[in-house]
Design a protein around this ligand. Structure first.
Ligand SMILES: [Zn+2]
Length: 365
């Protein structure tokens, strides 16, 4: 049985119980005939359609695609527009709320915190039922620009430790409505899963005096140059898309910048159109190869430096961490009994080797 260690978390990933080729895996995986199969919903109730937004809703930000200036939105600039292409509102069911005052205290044995945070919903299109893979690159760029703008704004609040922008699509990932929405959460702490990755990257940097993500990228480029099996799917001047060698999920993808930026907001706006094109290309490739599918897309970025500075953290985070985009399609073999092993141990079982998945995706680009 082949096991590979995740260099970030040091977890073992098991490739098995038997390794199967991507084509066989996809025929065994759950199929969807249409986008509407991905959801169980009543369209009249979608809270993100323009006609269903309450008159009293708070508009944090809204913009038209034509508002994209090549220099990016300035943090101070708030667009408000009736006919929007993107709109940011506070989440109707927020995980965290900004208005809360921070209060930490012990309760005998336990640590308790009444904590502020933020949870914003980016309505990426006014059109119900429009998947991101059908978006124009310009609409995806508008999402990227707006995200950069909102994250920079939230970074000013030193009470907020870590921002997690993510999108879930399809009921497999808990998305109720067929409306493309990006979430931006800011937590008053660094989630443990993120902390483990930060620790792994920090330890690598301590040991090697090099960025782990840079080493992973160079390794894949080296394998390709020397004719070995590799995980690279596609690349542009500023970004590389690959399947990580130790991926725990079939067809999981990282999109990494070629230059070193520890935080998403540090990437210059001039390279965002390239990123938009690559996101569209990857999501569309999956769509063409698999039909409609659920997916999860997360921006893996570093914690708030203002928050960490107060605690004496993140001395080398600028050097040891690289932000990346992670895309995980929700493709699983139906009724797999192996789910119980994962839920009991946390160990992932992946029947598709990442380099084979990359080869498959390359052939469908
Ligand atoms: Zn809708």
């Amino acid at each position: 049985m082949e096991c590979r260690r995740n260099l970030l978390t040091r977890e073992w990933v098991v490739y098995g119980p038997e390794i199967i080729d991507p084509e066989t895996f996809l025929t065994l995986a759950k199929q969807y005939d249409s986008v509407s199969d991905l959801f169980e919903e009543n369209i009249d109730e979608c809270p993100y359609c323009p006609q269903n937004l309450p008159d009293t809703h708070v508009d944090i930000f809204s913009a038209k695609a034509t508002d994209i200036p090549c220099a990016g939105f300035s943090v101070e600039h708030v667009f408000q527009t009736e006919n929007w292409d993107i709109k940011v509102i506070p989440s109707p069911r927020p995980i965290f709320q900004v208005e809360t005052q921070l209060n930490r205290y012990p309760k005998r044995l336990h640590d308790v915190m009444i904590a502020p945070g933020a949870h914003e919903k980016f309505l990426l299109t006014p059109n119900h039922g429009e998947p991101v893979w059908d978006f124009s690159s310009q609409r995806i760029e508008l999402m990227l620009q707006t995200l950069r703008h909102r994250m920079m704004n939230l970074y000013r609040d030193a009470r907020l430790g870590h921002q997690h922008p993510y999108m879930v699509y399809g009921k497999e990932f808990g998305s109720l409505y067929n409306h493309s929405v990006l979430n931006l959460t800011a937590a008053p702490f660094v989630p443990l899963k993120i902390q483990r990755e930060l620790d792994g990257a920090f330890q690598w940097y301590q040991m090697k005096e090099r960025c782990l993500f840079n080493d992973i990228r160079e390794e894949e480029l080296y394998k390709r140059e020397t004719g070995k099996e590799h995980g690279i799917i596609c690349e542009s001047s500023n970004f590389l898309a690959l399947t990580p060698y130790f991926s725990g999920r079939p067809f999981a993808i990282w999109i990494m910048p070629m230059d070193h930026y520890s935080d998403y907001t540090e990437a210059p706006v001039q390279i965002l159109p390239e990123l938009a094109d690559m996101i569209k290309r990857i999501l569309k490739t999956f769509r063409n190869a698999l039909g409609p599918y659920p997916f999860q897309m997360s921006f893996m970025t570093r914690p708030n430096e203002n928050w960490g500075r107060e605690r004496g953290y993140w001395k080398t985070v600028q050097q040891d961490w690289l932000w990346r985009l992670r895309i995980v399609p929700g493709i699983e073999i139906k009724n797999s009994p192996l789910k119980a092993f994962h839920s009991g141990t946390g160990v992932r079982l992946n029947p598709v080797l990442p380099e084979k998945a990359a080869n498959f995706l390359r052939s469908h680009l």
